[in-house]
Design a protein around this ligand. Structure first.
Ligand code: 3NM
Length: 208
């Protein structure tokens, strides 16, 4: 579809903010990177998350660590962070800045969009995106306002309609069910708790 992002970079897509961590988020990120995650999304959002300058400062540190590993650094939602953090891209949901606007603002950045149902898929300018986040595949307690789980059927449905589109499954994905998401046609799995709550991060990333 484009040269900004290869679908292989979706394979192990780690998402995190300091609110997801019991320990030092920078150390956790470093462990996940050295274990082999293929993309990172900075999602500093929700209860207990940092705002303003604190968010920016943490983002800069995380950005620098990802750069050392040559792993794409994507920001969640916040268009104000893209340039200051020199992010490789931005991931948005259905109620964030519209994709048309986003593509005008950031012609050369990776743009990811969440889609949860056929209606959203039909009404989204897919051709302006670099990948779709499909979910929540399974029930998740990590995102308080997550929609109803859509199952791997949703991955199959998108894959059926768009054979070549980069798709990453998200929501409730663990080392035990990741394979089913890939088998359904996703190029990768996007996870928070499967890594942030893992006893052994290296092992978790390997099993994913
Ligand atoms: N987005 P975990 S589900 C950030 O469905 C996010 O769009 C979702 O966390 C969506 O891997 C989700 O711990 C939370 O379930 C993913």
């Amino acid at each position: 579809m484009n040269t900004r992002f290869s679908s292989g970079q979706l394979r192990k897509y780690f998402i995190m903010g300091s609110q997801n961590c019991h320990h030092d988020p920078l150390q956790l990120l470093e462990s996940a990177l050295s274990a082999g995650i293929t993309s990172f999304q900075f999602r500093e959002k929700g209860e207990g998350s940092l705002t303003g300058n604190d968010k920016l400062v943490l983002g800069r540190k995380m950005r620098a660590i990802c750069a050392r590993y040559g792993v794409p650094f994507i920001v969640n939602d916040d268009i104000e962070l893209v340039e200051p953090l020199k992010a490789d891209g931005i991931h948005v949901g259905q109620n964030d800045v519209p994709i048309n606007e986003l593509r005008q603002l950031f012609p050369d950045k990776v743009i990811g969009l969440s889609v949860s149902n056929k209606n959203e898929l039909a009404n989204s300018p897919i051709q302006l995106t670099d990948y779709l986040g499909a979910g929540p595949v399974f029930n998740t307690t990590t995102k308080s306002d997550a929609k109803q789980a859509v199952g791997i059927e949703w991955i199959k449905a998108i894959r059926n309609e768009y054979p070549d589109l980069p798709i990453v499954g998200i929501g409730g994905i663990t080392i035990n069910n990741a394979a089913s998401v890939l088998e359904a046609g996703a190029n990768g799995v996007a996870v928070i708790s499967a890594i942030t709550k893992a006893k052994d991060i290296t092992e978790a990333v390997q099993y994913l």
